[in-house]
Write a protein that binds this ligand. Structure first.
Ligand code: FE2
Length: 467
């Protein structure tokens, strides 16, 4: 049986295979509760640390947006196939350009202005050439305002067989650029600035500020696409070796290192790597440890569409902090601004949210875009929960309604970050876990996992990059 509520891959049942097998372990429930409470404690501890922050001359500001999934609506945004796509994918595809324009405005008008912008992949809906050209036009405007832009591809962006135009009564395939064409389109946004490029992927290394090396990593598997694109990530052995060589060089030259990649490198909730394997690159734990040992201590990612920051520590000297940013086409429509004090090796990470776009972009019944975005996510996630609960569990209609609400609330909290389980939910879970019904016990475990926010805080946090 499968149920699952999150990620870019949330909506496709095959994105969560193995979930329940993994959750059969008897001690997991206790571990989950311990981590839920540990996360709450850590959140308070880190909040207390934020008050003593001081900016110095070594501080550089940059912005991050993730998974904008821009779609050129000139390709068509109507008809049953488009409606079905939006329903299945839970992405505000019709509003994607308006949202990106507003996010870009917020970044360009920030004071002080960011030196650069990172976009770790899924630049487009499904890799349509027209959407890539449109994205490049918008990035040129950001660059012309004095903010450098660095991108890497996401799983949706390259040679995607699902690239389509919509109109009238159906959809038709459209061209999706190959890897070399992607690098050409985005040449001004990383590939022309690269001091090194990997021969085996679209990874590169740039120096966006004096003394700061950006490792921009491509772990997408577009070469394996068939009639569907490959969702999961894989870091090729050659690319890993290339990264380790240049991390050593960075260490010898005294460079500060940051990284970005589309796919995740660190688990963001209990059992993440096992029940949603496509969220993380393959062999993520071993590879993460190697990269952390070589001096990569922070990585910016997207893919999973949630606001999440997690620190994984293998030993006191070996750790990595993954700062994952939610998608611009999903609630809560976030972007991040980072003030990085390289001298103190300390990042002050703040989250901002797109709150409004032009009125004609969303239905009249909503007071504002923020209300529409929340309702859009909630409604689609709840519909999905009802379908999954109905198809996969032996529950009464009343139980389906009740669990659908619980699961949808938990998923919304997980997407927004800094999730904390309400005490009444915890008490209900205790009751259900001991009900003797294995289906109900499994759903209780899913709820615990969705609320298990691993430390540190997800939206606003001070990240120390020294052991
Ligand atoms: Fe995505």
């Amino acid at each position: 049986m499968h149920v699952i509520m999150t990620t870019d891959t949330t909506i496709t049942p095959d994105a969560c295979r193995g979930f329940f097998c993994t959750f059969q372990k008897a001690d997991l429930f206790r571990r989950c509760l311990v981590l839920v409470f540990a996360a709450v404690f850590m959140a308070f501890g880190l909040a207390a640390c934020k008050n003593d922050k001081q900016k110095t001359r070594d501080t550089i500001r940059f912005a991050v947006v993730a998974d904008p999934h821009l779609y050129d609506t000139a390709l068509g945004a109507s008809g049953p196939d488009f409606e079905s796509y939006v329903q299945d994918q839970v992405k505000m595809t019709a509003q994607s350009e308006a949202v990106f324009i507003e996010a870009a405005r917020m970044i360009m008008e920030m004071e002080p202005k960011p030196a650069f912008l990172l976009i770790p992949g899924d630049l487009t809906k499904d890799g349509e050439e027209e959407s890539h050209r449109l994205m490049a036009d918008h990035l040129h405007r950001i660059k012309d305002s004095g903010i450098a832009v660095f991108v890497v591809p996401g799983n949706h962006d390259i040679d995607n067989p699902e690239a389509a135009a919509y109109g009238g009564f159906g959809s038709v395939p459209v061209y999706s650029p190959k890897a070399g064409e992607f690098a050409d389109i985005y040449a001004p946004f990383g590939y022309d600035q690269a001091i090194y490029r990997d021969r085996h992927s679209l990874s590169y290394i740039a120096e966006p500020a004096a003394g700061l090396w950006l490792f921009a990593i491509d772990a997408c598997r577009y070469e394996e696409n068939t009639d569907l694109h490959v969702i999961g990530g894989l870091l090729k052995a050659e690319t890993l070796e290339w990264l380790l060589i240049h991390l050593e060089e960075a260490r010898e030259k005294g460079k500060t290192v940051i990284a970005m990649m589309h796919h995740g490198l660190v688990e963001h909730l209990i059992g993440h790597g096992a029940f949603i394997p496509e969220a993380l690159i393959e062999d993520w734990d071993a590879i993460g440890r190697k990269l952390a040992s070589a001096g990569m201590n922070v990585i910016f990612t997207g893919h999973y569409h949630t606001q999440n920051i997690t620190r994984r520590r293998w030993d006191p000297e070996t750790f990595i902090v993954e700062i994952q940013t939610g998608s611009l086409v999903n609630y809560p429509v976030p972007l991040r601004v980072v003030d990085f004090d390289m001298g103190k090796a300390e990042m002050d990470v703040q989250s901002l949210f797109v709150k409004d776009i032009p009125r004609e972009q969303y239905p009249d019944e909503f007071c504002c875009f923020a209300a529409f975005a929340k309702d859009f996510s909630y409604t689609h996630k709840r519909d999905f929960a009802v379908t999954q609960l109905t198809d996969r569990y032996d529950l009464t209609p009343a139980e389906i309604e009740w669990f659908a609400t619980m699961l949808t609330d938990a998923t919304m909290a997980h997407f927004a970050g800094d999730e904390a389980m309400p005490i009444e939910v915890l008490l209900e879970i205790f009751d259900h876990y001991n009900s003797g019904n294995p289906d109900v016990a499994e759903i209780a475990q899913i709820l615990i996992s969705l609320y298990s926010d691993l430390p540190p805080q997800d939206n606003d946090a001070v990240i120390r990059l020294k052991p």
